[in-house]
Ligand binder design. Structure first.
Ligand code: FES
Length: 139
């Protein structure tokens, strides 16, 4: 029974930079906006701090998806951090494509004031993965 519940759940690991995206998630909480329970958020100092190994480990440990959320280009508090992130995630997606897992990784930019955008991005990803998972069960 427990395994059945686990299979039905969508689990997403999200890395959010503390200056923008994580702040947006906190603002969303303050505004009583909700995102799906299966999303586990990890605060990082900058999106560039996310080592590709963190993403790979999360996916191979069973996460249905991983997202990295950072400051908008030009707004990174470490100047060029999110430009490094963009390149890193693009390379990682190419690698994941070899395992047909490219769509399990998303990168998006959310500023501290964009609580609604944060919720929309997370919900969209969650719903896409859930739909894929449900489709997989049918066929
Ligand atoms: S501090 Fe937010 S992406 Fe670098």
């Amino acid at each position: 029974m427990g395994d059945q519940v686990k299979q039905d759940e969508v689990e997403i690991v999200g890395f959010a930079c503390s200056f923008c995206s994580f702040k947006a998630s906190e603002m969303a909480g303050s505004l009583r906006m909700k995102y799906p329970e299966g999303v586990k958020l990890i605060q990082v100092p900058c999106s560039s701090r996310v080592d590709p190994a963190f993403v790979i480990k999360a996916l191979f440990d069973g996460a249905d998806g991983v997202f990295v959320a950072g400051c908008h280009p030009g707004d990174c508090h470490f100047i060029k951090g999110n430009y490094f992130t963009r390149r890193k995630i693009a390379a990682l997606k190419e690698m994941l494509d070899a395992f047909s897992m490219k769509n399990k990784l998303k990168l998006f930019w959310v500023s501290a004031s964009e609580a609604r955008r944060f919720i929309e991005k997370v919900e969209t990803m969650y719903n896409e993965i859930k739909a894929e998972k449900d489709e997989g069960k049918k066929g």
